[in-house]
Design a protein around this ligand. Structure first.
Ligand SMILES: [Zn+2]
Ligand SMILES: [Zn+2]
Length: 265
């Protein structure tokens, strides 16, 4: 199906028509000045095409041209155990399913936080795979489905060589993906909005709300930095096309958390 309503501002697909979008009503997003508006996948397909581009070794960006809503792109991680989809985008059509199938399909989907849940159920059905979401964000699921598997705790080995880490930044369930075999064995962190890649690639940012400029709580940032301390990673793949820290990722995160805590304490 492709007629379920999709929020024009955030890309969240809901199971049935409704007046409001809880994601956009939340202070981490916003209802645009013109008010709440809806579209659907069939409408989006009329004037968009898939965008598939290599972003780094074994990492392929997935999105649409032009982009849509928040504008993030998903990442196809070409792990030894199979392709895994990190984060999600609202746009999906037969051409994109075909391109990904040619690349070997996907074995599962994990999403950093609710802003990128979008049409995840369409993706799960197209590839007949599970979606792994942290249970801390269960309340934000717009379209419940048996393909959704909620996980609990701080880490989950979601596939061989791929570990999810719940950092709790930005959302309670805010999660990053660590791929130790990424970047030619030097490690990659796929971070969504949880560890935000910013214009200065020697640092990253941490915010509770990006559009409304509400800083993350210091104890949450401190805890996230402690959780990431044991992990080795050279690259950090943020939420946007080309939002990528190419070198020294581990130290970039630790240095940025220290800087943050000198300003926000
Ligand atoms: Zn919305
Ligand atoms: Zn977000």
């Amino acid at each position: 199906m492709s007629s379920e309503p999709v929020c024009l501002a955030c890309g969240m697909q809901y199971a049935a028509p409704r007046a409001d979008c809880p994601i956009c009503d939340d202070e981490r997003q916003y209802v645009p000045p013109g008010g709440q508006q809806w579209t659907d996948l069939a409408t989006l397909r009329a004037d968009r095409r898939p965008r598939v581009e290599e972003q780094g070794p074994g990492i392929i960006g997935i999105g649409s041209d032009p982009g849509f809503a928040i504008g993030q792109r998903a990442l196809l991680v070409r792990a030894e155990s199979g392709n895994f989809l990190w984060d999600c985008v609202a746009y999906l059509d037969d051409e994109l399913v075909g391109k990904i199938t040619e690349l070997g399909g996907i074995t599962g989907i994990a999403i950093s936080h609710p802003h990128y849940y979008t049409t995840m159920v369409e993706w799960a059905h197209a590839f007949d795979v599970p979606i792994y979401l942290h249970e801390g964000d269960e309340q934000w699921i717009g379209r419940p489905d048996p393909s959704i598997e909620l996980w609990t705790g701080t880490t989950l080995d979601v596939a061989p060589g791929l570990q999810l880490i719940n950092l709790g930044v930005h959302f309670t369930g805010g999660t990053v993906l660590h791929w130790p075999d990424g970047e030619g064995g030097r490690g990659a962190l796929l971070s969504g909005d949880i560890v935000q890649v910013i214009p200065d690639r020697t640092h990253v940012g941490f915010m509770y709300s990006y559009p409304n400029l509400i800083p993350e709580r210091p104890n949450v940032v401190r805890h996230a930095a402690e959780l990431l301390e044991p992990y080795a990673f050279e690259a950090i793949y943020g939420a946007w096309w080309d939002a990528i820290v190419r070198t020294d990722g581990h130290n970039v995160v630790q240095r940025s958390a220290q800087r943050y805590l000198t300003y926000v304490a």
